[in-house]
Ligand binder design. Structure first.
Ligand code: PLP
Length: 368
């Protein structure tokens, strides 16, 4: 195994025959997309697993997010974080809304609630925070602010499938929560995504919005595109649902091993685990507090050993060329973390011996 390449992520696949069995009855089913049997079953299994009143599936997480922002009829400014995947910011701007970038906390890299309140203006219509790396935002504090200023809250939970806080499914918070089921995520349907919500009116509107805005045989009430999940995607989702608890358990073991093996190395900061949060261990970020240079050096040294890591999230979305005409805001902590963070390989099949090897290389390089 020692010479095998280790990538940052590896898609979890069910047993080949399990998938074949799952898709078999599609050959006699009445449809292979447009909300068929697999789709309906996956939606109901997810509602149970995520403890959500309603779940609506989409062809991917990004379109789920774009669609829910459209469904909420928003206008004006949306406070969000630049420390995310570009999808979050794109979803706001594609809806003709203005992103207002809020800084993050230095300990768990989620939105800094104290700074958030200072950014609220008469034009603010919503907050779009991101649960990062399987850890979650201060959902209680965000709820209080949203009530106080009458704002909608939409969570990007692409990293937080199945995460619980104090035994509650996270989609209980906010107006809606987006999950991504992309092949690289903890739970996947090849490509896929969902909105989970407690708002049944919103859920029904999303059913139309994902299907051209069609509301009846001869009625179209909204101008919308096509973002439906097909039956082959849903079948993969059903197979992975049977394995999800195992996947998360294996990830937990890998993360615990990393934490143990990296202990005591100076100038390395790990993401703080928030009390009461039951993580899904979706990513393992480490922050090199000495700066960008050492982060980049460790990344190249690991590459020499055919171990591939990722600067994730870097750069901040507010620094991307496509956002050069937007106000980047004042986000020094996000800037600091983005320039120093590296996510290490993490997937259920990663062997603990491989984790040890990765940590040994980092330790040697850091104590040189
Ligand atoms: C993966 C991801 C998305 C987009 O989800 P897709 O299913 O790939 O469209 C959005 N936001 C974040 C934070 C992500 O990690």
């Amino acid at each position: 195994m020692a010479n095998d390449k280790i990538y940052v992520i590896k898609s979890s696949l069910p047993n080949y025959l399990d998938y074949i069995n799952e898709i078999k009855d599609l050959w006699t089913a009445d449809r292979i997309t447009n909300v068929g049997i697999k789709h309906r079953l996956l939606e109901s299994q997810l509602a149970t697993y995520l403890e959500a009143s309603a779940v609506r599936l989409f062809t991917n997480g990004h379109l789920a997010l774009e669609s829910v922002l459209a469904a909420l009829d928003l206008n004006g400014e949306v406070i969000t974080t630049p420390f995310t995947f570009v999808s979050t910011t794109h979803a706001i701007v594609k809806n003709n809304l203005t992103p207002v970038f809020c800084d993050i906390r230095n300990d768990n890299f989620t939105m800094d609630i104290e700074k958030l309140e200072l950014l609220i203006t008469k034009d603010t219509c919503a907050i779009l925070p991101v649960h990062v790396y399987g850890n979650i935002c201060d959902v209680q504090a965000i709820e209080v602010l949203a009530k106080k200023y009458n704002l909608k809250v939409i969570y990007d939970a692409a990293h937080a499938f199945g995460v619980h806080v104090d035994k509650h499914g996270i989609s209980e918070y906010g107006n809606a929560t987006m999950f991504s089921f992309h092949a690289t995520k903890v739970f996947h349907s090849i490509e896929g995504g969902a909105i989970a919500t407690e708002d049944l009116v919103l859920a029904n509107k999303l059913s139309s919005i994902r299907n051209f805005g069609i509301t009846g045989q001869e009625s179209v009430d909204y101008i919308a595109g096509n973002s439906k999940m097909n039956e082959f995607q849903a079948a993969m989702g059903l197979c992975n649902m049977r394995l999800i608890d195992e996947y998360i358990k294996s990830r937990k073991e890998v993360v615990e091993r990393y934490r143990e093996q990296l202990k005591g190395i100076k100038n390395i900061q790990l993401q703080k685990e928030v009390p009461g949060v039951q993580s899904n261990y979706s990513y393992f970020p480490i922050v090199f507090t000495e700066g960008e240079e050492i982060r980049d050096k460790i990344k190249s040294v690991l590459e020499v050993h055919q171990i591939y890591t990722r600067k994730y999230f870097y750069p901040l979305t507010s620094n991307l060329k496509c956002y050069e005409n937007f106000d980047p805001g004042n986000t020094p902590v996000a800037e600091y973390i983005a320039c120093r963070v590296l996510t290490l390989p993490l997937y259920p099949e990663l062997e603990l011996a491989q984790v040890d090897r990765i940590c040994k290389i980092i330790r040697e390089e850091m104590t040189r």
